[in-house]
Design a protein around this ligand. Structure first.
Ligand SMILES: Cc1cc2nc3c(=O)[nH]c(=O)nc-3n(C[C@H](O)[C@H](O)[C@H](O)COP(=O)(O)OP(=O)(O)OC[C@H]3O[C@@H](n4cnc5c(N)ncnc54)[C@H](O)[C@@H]3O)c2cc1C
Length: 493
């Protein structure tokens, strides 16, 4: 046993712990074009009779015709970066989400003879660029990372971007993925047109002037209307961003939230409810050249240490407060400061993110302060050891029927815990129960247990969405596990 002694050294032990954990987490979940698990490894995704990796539009229409002829369901898969089981074939929920293999809802679909998973991630690339209109058309499986490269070549950029770039463009818009900035909408608002292969194999193009109901219904459609094969996006001139970070208390935030939200084009908050510390990021376009002295290697090491510490904290939730206080103050990624960088560098977090469960609610902006106060009070009352950084972002109103931001600017509150599954489940339920009274809509790509009885009152266009689903997919060919829960009353899945 003497050779184990060095490992017990108080300096070496935490390093070994972090290294061991990193190796444990790094197994490949991507099988070629197909993610076999979702990002969080909660849901197994390839649990179907067959898996198809289309290389052409003909492959896709043939696959749909085959499914129709053999009475099979189709689940469309992007990069598997959703926490919600919107990529889990209907009736096939398994993995950590439900170890007994039970489904989340009762199938009402006429489709009953097994299922096909259609992996779209390799159906990717540039279709064309309209330089005058600054519009770019890409195939549905193009990842956001590939999109950045394409846009860069044409000196273009997007006004809005989420925190990571692994998602496919069709997957991102399908769940209402957003960035931050109340003068901008979510990513779907950039969409000028989509090409959609519907349940009978028809190739349909929908834009603001033609098939507009399909555009507004099916763009944030959670894969329920068919396969989005092409997306045309409104881009803009490439730009740099000046970003500034300051640390304030939650009381200062509550007293001045409106002013903070309006203080820059892009505003986001990283906070920890337990400590009451809030890191405010304000960013604006600038003509200044890049000046960013952050060291990527140092930041990555910092994040590994962060992960090691929050892992330890998960066993001692009472230590969360002092440890998170320390982390917020001293982690380089969060340190108060400023920089100028490219638009995608500022919007993306290009680092290893510790794998965790996550939920998110969009409350009308007018209720943002009340909602943030409610969550902080809940954490205090229930003595939840919040061992992570929560993120709050702001999104402008839009017209997409099942958008979290339909008709109102919103404050998106993202909540997460690390390695505390049971606590997270009850925390999520309590947050959901409280925030729904403030009009909160759950992010379609994140964890939520809301069913149709609640959801339908949150979306004025709910019935139109259901009617469009019945029209374009009457047999429920494109249904997933999450849809069985979310539409449990209207019998569309
Ligand atoms: C680390 C991480 C960071 C994230 N950051 C953000 C963020 O900053 N902002 C935010 O809003 N969200 C964020 N998300 C959530 C994420 O953007 C969404 O869940 C997104 O839908 C994932 O895209 P995907 O390509 O992985 O799609 P998948 O998860 O594979 O699929 C999502 C939905 O899209 C459908 N779909 C996929 N491709 C197609 C297609 N071609 N045609 C029709 N339907 C299709 C699927 O059927 C499914 O319903 C993050 C997720 C992770 C894991």
């Amino acid at each position: 046993m003497f050779f184990l002694a060095p490992c017990m050294n108080p300096t070496i032990f935490p390093i070994l712990l972090v290294v061991f954990y990193a190796i444990w987490q790094s197994g490949d979940r991507m099988d070629g074009c197909c993610p076999s698990w979702n990002w969080e490894r909660r849901h197994a995704l390839l649990n179907a009779d067959s898996t198809v990796r289309p290389a052409s539009l003909t492959n896709i229409t043939e696959c749909v015709q085959f499914a129709s002829a053999h009475n099979k369901r189709i689940t469309v898969l992007g990069s598997g970066h959703s926490w919600a089981d919107i990529t889990v074939p209907a009736d096939k929920k398994n993995g950590r989400g439900s170890t007994d293999g039970s489904s989340t809802g009762t199938s009402n679909s006429a489709v009953s003879n097994g299922s096909i998973v259609l992996c779209m991630r390799c159906y990717s690339g540039l279709v064309g660029v309209d330089r005058d209109k600054k519009q770019v058309t890409v195939l549905g499986g193009t990842t956001l990372a590939q999109l950045i490269t394409i846009l860069d070549e044409y000196d273009l950029a997007l006004d809005i971007f989420p925190s990571v770039n692994e998602q496919t463009i069709a997957g991102a818009i399908s769940s209402g993925t957003h960035g931050t900035g109340v003068t901008h909408g979510n990513m779907a608002t950039l969409v000028q047109s989509i090409e959609l292969v519907t349940a009978d194999g028809t190739v349909l193009t929908a834009s603001r002037s033609s098939n507009a109901d399909v555009l507004y219904g099916a763009t944030i459609g959670m894969g329920l209307f068919g396969i989005i094969t092409k997306v045309t996006l409104q881009a803009t001139e490439k730009f740099n961003v000046y970003e500034k970070k300051i640390l304030i208390s939650s009381d200062e935030l509550y007293a001045n939230l409106e002013g903070i939200v309006g203080s820059a084009e892009y505003v986001k908050l990283w906070h920890n409810e337990g400590t009451g510390q809030v890191c405010v990021f304000t960013s604006s376009r600038t003509t200044e050249p890049v000046r960013d002295n952050r060291n990527r290697v140092v930041q990555d090491i910092g994040l590994r240490i962060f992960e090691g510490l929050i892992y330890l904290v998960s066993f001692y939730p009472r230590s969360a407060k002092p440890v998170m206080y320390f982390l917020i103050h001293y982690l380089d990624a969060l340190k108060v400061g400023e920089r100028v960088s490219t638009w995608h560098d500022v919007f993306n977090i290009p680092h290893h993110i510790p794998v965790h469960p996550e939920t998110e609610y969009a409350v009308p902006l007018a209720n943002a302060t009340a909602a943030l106060r409610f969550v902080a009070q809940l954490v205090e009352e229930k003595e939840i050891g919040t061992n992570y950084i929560s993120e709050t972002r702001f999104v402008g109103a839009d017209e997409f029927w099942l958008s979290n931001d339909y008709g109102t600017p919103t404050c998106h509150i993202t909540l997460l815990l690390y390695n505390q599954e049971d606590v997270f489940q009850s925390y999520m339920q309590a947050v959901s129960d409280g925030l729904v009274t403030m009009g909160a809509r759950p992010h379609w790509g994140k964890m939520s247990k809301m069913t149709e009885a609640t959801l339908k009152h949150l979306y004025p266009k709910w019935d139109d969405f259901v009617a469009l689903k019945r029209r374009l997919d009457p047999s429920g060919r494109f249904c997933n596990s999450q849809a069985q829960q979310a539409f449990d009353e209207s019998n569309i899945c």
